[in-house]
Design a protein around this ligand. Structure first.
Ligand code: DX5
Ligand code: ZN
Length: 212
């Protein structure tokens, strides 16, 4: 299992140290939650902070857009060369076009599904994606309770990926901890995002290892 700690739960007053600690603690990616106060009822970070994160990071960035104007934000964050940029299918009229745009920057495109959105919503986009991000909470805040129906959804999505002979990765985001990670792995999940679980631990390294 690969682990992407969400910096939403980090201490932003000590952001540099927090980023270094999760990188040294063995994380695989750094999950960056961008919220615009419109798509979700919260507002987080912009390019000034993401620039600082990118400078401190020794692991690749995984940018999760929770915004209304996806194209604007893709253009804003592309210069930081993240590994992935994911956008919500619920908020995009032209997902295929946006996937091409993300790829044109040399960034791997991913699509995020809210808890109610079925895998069939992206059936005809799957072959163009490197990853699908399944929300296991309603986007907007860290520290929420895991919604277990994501397990069935991950299984369905995995079957769809295999039936098409693809290598698309599945990432799950929200309420992940050492108790539910095993079920996620069994359901075919490749990467878990963990905010509160990692950043509330006394040892980030041990928390990351417990998820692996
Ligand atoms: C929620 C964010 C998540 C969140 C995860 O909108 O997308 O990445 O920070 O945090 P935890 O692991 O605390 O649920
Ligand atoms: Zn996220």
């Amino acid at each position: 299992m690969k682990v992407a700690p969400s910096i939403l739960s980090a201490d932003f007053g000590r952001l540099n140290e927090e980023i270094k600690a999760i990188c040294e603690g063995g994380c695989d990616f750094i999950h960056v939650d961008v919220m615009d106060g419109h798509f979700v009822p919260n507002h987080t970070i912009g390019p000034v902070v993401v620039s600082a994160v990118a400078k401190a990071a020794t692991k690749p960035l995984d940018i999760h857009l929770m915004v209304q104007n996806n194209t604007f934000f893709v253009e804003l964050f592309a210069p930081f060369k993240p590994e992935y940029i994911s956008f919500h299918i619920e908020e995009e009229k032209h997902p295929h076009r946006l996937i091409q745009k993300i790829r044109s920057y040399g960034i791997k495109p991913a699509i995020t599904l809210n808890p109610h959105t079925p895998p069939s919503a992206i059936e005809y986009l799957l072959e163009d994606l490197d990853m699908v991000l399944l929300m296991s909470v309603n986007p907007g805040f860290g520290g929420q309770k895991f919604i277990p129906s994501v397990l069935q959804k991950a299984k369905e999505l995995k079957a769809m990926i295999e039936a098409k002979g693809l290598k698309t990765l599945i990432e799950v985001d929200g309420g992940v901890n050492a108790e539910n990670v095993r079920e996620l792995e069994k359901a075919g999940v490749d990467i878990v995002v963990a905010g509160n679980y990692v950043f509330s631990a006394s040892s980030y390294k041990e928390a990351i290892e417990s998820l692996k």
